[in-house]
Design a protein. Structure first.
Length: 383
């Protein structure tokens, strides 16, 4: 199948591109290095330096013989993106091309505007490129579980049936995000839903929880193929941060009371989910929403897991609750339906002690690269 990965340089985009190429698909990656540039501007560089996309593709081809096409350009530039779609005629597009950091989007006006403009314009342009040049192309859009927020009722898989004054209808499940970044994803969903109703395009919106890990079959072929693994407060997700903190001998930074509960998944499972979504595309005129995670933990539970495994490996891991830099519920109800991907065939890789130990071993090998100054939170919500 001909497939475009937008945001192909990212933590998820690069491993997805290699996986799809290894599965025999004809893959094109598109990226404008937005995340790399922001990471450099905010002193949030990844644990290991990553070769640029063209170089990584060359290394991957040399090792595996699989080819990936590269286009460096900005999805917010419609003349660029429509040329890419018109020329390549993809059957599916995986849209990861967004500014992915909640803390970055909360630094101030400039960062919020950059996040807002990039994320909304990229989605808008992808929709129009599909409508105009390949209307049958399946858009697989990376959303986030954070779109739903933490309501005091069960979270359904995308939709909610409501009975009002004796009549019933089905609506998008109410969204109430906790950062500007997460809010751009809410707006993306609404845009997609509008164009699905209007033009009958086919869309899958993957509502993903925080991802962890740095190992996939293809990544493991060569150290230089590792995805960008961040551990700072801006681009690092909580599990990846805790792993690095444990190795660095810094106390694990639990924000506030640590009862914040989310649905997590292994990087390997993100690849599976995207592949499953692509293999069974949404119907024309369908916005299919799938909740994408495999298990639920509170921040305290995660910290305790990493501490226990780390201590067994002789790391002397401490946990320290610090003032929460974010505005979020620290104790809350959390019950989420997530049947769709399991029904499509997802085989979860759970966060076992063995998986945590293997991730710690990988981080230990890069210990010399850890910059301890990147660990404490620098961005405060609504200061
Ligand atoms: N947290 C800590 N200590 C830390 C870092 C985070 O207690 O050192 C807490 C946060 O306050 C939050 C939870 O851990 O309650 C998750 O934080 P995170 O930084 O791992 O995740 P988040 O900012 O929500 O964003 C990440 C990705 C984003 C994706 C999202 C999925 O960066 O792209 O959309 O996870 S979700 O969280 O389900 O919205």
């Amino acid at each position: 199948m001909r497939v475009i990965i937008l945001g192909g340089d990212g933590y998820l985009g690069w491993p997805t591109a290699m996986r799809f190429a290894a599965l025999g698909h004809e893959v094109m990656v598109v990226d404008n290095y937005l995340r790399r540039n922001i990471a450099q501007e905010t002193c949030s560089e990844a644990l290991m330096p990553n070769p640029n996309l063209t170089e990584r593709v060359r290394i991957f081809e040399e090792i595996s013989r699989y080819k990936i096409r590269v286009e460096i350009g900005d999805c917010c530039d419609f003349s660029f993106i429509e040329k890419v779609f018109a020329g390549f005629q993809p059957k599916a597009v995986v849209h990861y091309a967004e500014q992915p950091s909640a803390p970055y989007s909360m630094i101030g006006y400039t960062e919020a505007l950059k996040t807002f403009n990039n994320n909304l314009n990229a989605t808008f342009n992808v929709i129009w490129a599909v409508i105009q040049h390949c209307p049958n192309c399946h858009i697989i859009k990376l959303g986030t579980m954070g779109e739903y927020g933490t309501p005091n009722i069960d979270i359904e898989e995308g939709w909610l049936e409501i009975e009002h004054k004796g009549r019933k209808d089905k609506f998008l499940y109410p969204r109430q995000a906790g950062s500007l970044y997460h809010t751009t994803k809410v707006l993306d969903t609404d845009l997609l839903w509008f164009y699905v109703r209007l033009y009958g395009i086919r869309v899958t919106d993957l509502m993903q929880g925080p991802v962890y890990g740095l190992s996939t079959t293809e990544v493991n072929l060569d150290e230089r193929l590792m995805p960008n693994f961040h551990y700072d407060d801006i681009f690092g997700t909580v599990v990846n941060r805790f792993l690095v903190q444990a190795v660095a001998g810094a106390p694990l930074t639990v924000y506030g009371r640590g009862g914040q509960t989310r649905g997590y998944l292994n990087l390997e499972d993100t690849l599976q989910c995207v592949e499953l979504a692509m293999d069974s595309p949404a119907e024309a005129g369908q916005l299919r929403i799938l909740n994408q995670f495999t298990e639920v933990f509170s921040v305290n539970e995660l910290a305790e897991k990493v501490q226990m495994v780390g201590n067994r490996m002789g790391l002397k891991v401490q946990i320290k609750a610090i003032d929460n830099p974010r505005k979020e519920k620290e104790e809350h109800y959390y019950s989420v339906k997530h049947h769709g991907l399991l029904e499509l065939g997802l085989q979860p890789h759970f966060m076992t002690d063995d998986i945590i130990a293997k991730m710690l071993e990988k981080v230990i090998r890069c210990k010399r690269n850890i910059d301890i100054r990147k660990i404490m939170p620098r961005v405060v919500w609504n200061k």
